[in-house]
Design a protein around this ligand. Structure first.
Ligand code: HEC
Ligand code: HEC
Ligand code: HEC
Ligand code: HEC
Ligand code: HEC
Ligand code: HEC
Length: 500
């Protein structure tokens, strides 16, 4: 079969070769992915993004080559005049060309269709989002894999259904690809994410507020920084919903998202951490209450420049899927799960001293943990150091593992990079509003009563745990605080940097 002269150009030939090879590879990888199911992030990238791009690139080169060649011929006056070709299916040569090109085009279009469908699908997978630029997404992906949402795909929270958010996210995705490729991304990645789909649309796909929960038990295990790593437990009954689910959202913590209730606030600070103004509207009765915290002295002008935000899930659940625990919490968890042995004297205190240090890289942290723990027991507890190496080694391993799950120096990500506003210990959280200072001027205020959100059912050392019944509450006892210094300040004032 002969092709017109103008087809014989280098550009066309190279283009055709690129397309042909990419098509063969594409089909091959496609069959592999059907046969063996999900593969690693990079095969997906090659199959569904790079190869189709190469195919299209090659295809573009073919007409460009033809065009340039025919212009050259034209200049050389080889082609005298341009006429439309005469199509005649009785000519066997033309028939052949028609079937080859026609058939080829159909198969090609089908492949492109399949490829772009799979390619689109692929950009929605957790492996694409979580592992492709794995240095950048490592903190989020690691925390996600250990979160209650480990089986929920990234896009279910970050995009949700529907075309318009998909388009928005792909557009901002393009910018993200650019910033990763040219090393222009900020560390840590800033939040709050401003183009995140409203939480009530995404979270409520799975968590239906009308069926929100009755109270649940929260058992927190702490280990004090003494020689025995004394365990200190706190059992809380969290009033997530009303005492009985039949009451609906009329009381309890999730009252804020009752559909008849609207809580709005104005905040300052990069993470909405300071709240000078709150407005509560009851949509059913029309009641409106405005609370102000007089400790903030904002001029009218400053106030007008603040964004007024309607409270939703993310104002409390700031870290539903990417929770980076503080050393206090991850070391407590590691001791509870026996990853770090409780029998090893002073280990809690030592761990707290280690994690005060800000390490430049994960590697340097690993080395420092090993050296410091070894050195400490060699000097302070020689007997253990000589005879109970296993205990020390497992503590080292446990601390290293925990560090890698929660602190990512390369991305400057750790617990204090992203506030977790669900409680009130390490961040002000609920106490941003519930601090007895937000007043409406008529004696109404947003309460800080210790029994508003939870009751304490048990507290203290397990053997001598102070306990009460399900419908009453103990008065909070702070560990190691005989003078009750905790009463003079907000928890966050001491707990933000507890062991520093
Ligand atoms: C349960 C819902 C949910 C899932 C699942 C989820 N995220 Fe997130 N993600 C969030 C929320 C909420 C934020 C915080 C938004 C804010 O503060 O404005 C966030 C923040 C982020 C951030 C900004 C930096 C940070 O740490 O806050 C990145 C990056 C991110 N997510 C990536 C991912 C990736 C990658 C996956 C999948 C491996 C994923 N997310 C899965 C809800 C989710
Ligand atoms: C695609 C479904 C889905 C979406 C979307 C989703 N979740 Fe979840 N969520 C789950 C599942 C499944 C669990 C685990 C349930 C369990 O452990 O009982 C869960 C658990 C939780 C928990 C309990 C965590 C715990 O420690 O027990 C919270 C809080 C939560 N989700 C908040 C959110 C928030 C906030 C959003 C929106 C940013 C969200 N979820 C979006 C499915 C989802
Ligand atoms: C943006 C401000 C704001 C934040 C942040 C906030 N709340 Fe509230 N909360 C309010 C307002 C306003 C009320 C109603 C006060 C009143 O009745 O005058 C309220 C009422 C409550 C109530 C009582 C509901 C009832 O009537 O039974 C509970 C419980 C509660 N909040 C728990 C929490 C918890 C837990 C957090 C943190 C995770 C939190 N709140 C964070 C503004 C806030
Ligand atoms: C006022 C703050 C606040 C708001 C707003 C809020 N939550 Fe919660 N939510 C809490 C607290 C506090 C808990 C209990 C956490 C704990 O016990 O550790 C909780 C618990 C949960 C749980 C776990 C329930 C269980 O039984 O374990 C889910 C799921 C949840 N919230 C989803 C949501 C969703 C979805 C939204 C938005 C529609 C939302 N929350 C809005 C504060 C809030
Ligand atoms: C506005 C709601 C609210 C008020 C008021 C409140 N708390 Fe809490 N508290 C919470 C929430 C939410 C958590 C759970 C955080 C979590 O899920 O880890 C919590 C957790 C705790 C814990 C367990 C901390 C841990 O890590 O073991 C203690 C102890 C506690 N609160 C004591 C108090 C005391 C004392 C007061 C009164 C000064 C108080 N709370 C007032 C909402 C509140
Ligand atoms: C005056 C400072 C101060 C205030 C205020 C304070 N704490 Fe503490 N808290 C400490 C110190 C210091 C420790 C370390 C305990 C030790 O040395 O034995 C601690 C330890 C704790 C622990 C055990 C931590 C661990 O290592 O696992 C809990 C739980 C706790 N505090 C709860 C609270 C709560 C809840 C509040 C607020 C209602 C609060 N604290 C307010 C200083 C304070």
């Amino acid at each position: 079969m002969k092709l017109p002269k103008s087809f014989y150009s280098w550009t066309t030939a190279i283009g055709a070769a690129i397309s042909a090879i990419s098509i063969i590879l594409f089909v091959f990888l496609l069959i592999l992915s059907f046969l063996f199911g999900e593969s690693s992030g990079y095969t997906g990238l090659v199959t569904f993004i790079i190869l189709p791009a190469l195919i299209v690139l090659g295809l573009f080169m073919i007409p460009i080559g033809i065009f340039r060649k025919s212009r050259k011929y034209k200049k050389a006056k080889i082609v005298k005049e341009v006429k439309f070709p005469v199509v005649d299916f009785n000519d066997p040569k033309q028939r052949k060309i028609f079937f080859v090109f026609g058939g080829g085009t159909v198969i090609f279009l089908m492949l492109i269709g399949l490829g772009s469908y799979e390619g689109f699908h692929y950009t929605e997978t957790t492996e694409f989002c979580g592992t492709l630029c794995h240095e950048v997404m490592k903190p989020e992906y690691t925390a996600y894999q250990h979160s209650p949402h480990a089986k929920v795909s990234c896009v279910e929270c970050h995009i949700g259904g529907g075309a318009s958010w998909t388009v928005k996210s792909k557009l901002s995705g393009l910018y993200q690809v650019y910033s990763v490729a040219f090393d222009k991304f900020p560390t840590p990645i800033p939040t709050p994410i401003h183009n995140l789909r409203p939480a009530r649309e995404t979270c409520e796909e799975c968590h239906w507020p009308e069926k929100f929960y009755s109270p649940h038990m929260l058992v927190e295990k702490h280990y004090l920084p003494d020689e025995e790593n004394t365990e200190w437990d706190i059992h809380l009954k969290m009033k997530i919903g009303p005492d009985n689910s039949a009451f609906g959202l009329n009381e309890g913590i999730h009252w804020h998202i009752n559909k008849d209730v609207q809580v709005e606030y104005a905040a300052t600070g990069s993470h909405r951490e300071n709240i000078p103004w709150v407005r509560y509207t009851n949509k059913e009765t029309g009641e409106v209450v405005v609370y102000k915290d007089e400790d903030y002295s904002l001029t009218a002008q400053q106030f007008d420049s603040l964004e007024i935000r309607t409270m939703d899930c993310l104002d409390c659940h700031t870290r539903p899927s990417h929770e980076y625990l503080s050393p206090v919490n991850f070391v407590n968890d590691a001791i509870t799960s026996r990853q770090v042995p409780k029998e090893l004297p002073d280990i809690k205190m030592l761990a707290m001293e280690i994690f005060i240090v800000d390490f430049p890289t994960t590697d340097s942290a690993m080395k420092y943990i090993e050296a410091t723990v070894n050195e400490y027991y060699e000097i302070m507890y020689e007997e253990i150091y000589l005879e109970d190496r296993d205990l020390i080694n497992s503590a080292i391993l446990g601390l290293q593992e925990q560090y890698k799950l929660h602190i990512f120096p390369e991305m400057k990500v750790k617990w204090d990079a992203y506030p977790n506003q669900i409680g009130h210990l390490e961040f002000n959280g609920c106490f941003r509003c519930h601090n007895d200072k937000q007043q409406d001027g008529n004696g109404r205020f947003i309460s800080m009563d210790c029994n508003l959100c939870h009751t304490i059912l048990g507290q203290g050392v397990p053997d001598t745990l102070q306990m009460t019944t399900i419908n009453s509450s103990l008065e909070f006892v702070h560990p190691n605080d005989p003078k009750q210094a905790w009463k003079d300040k907000l928890c966050v004032e001491c707990h933000k940097n507890l062991y520093e």
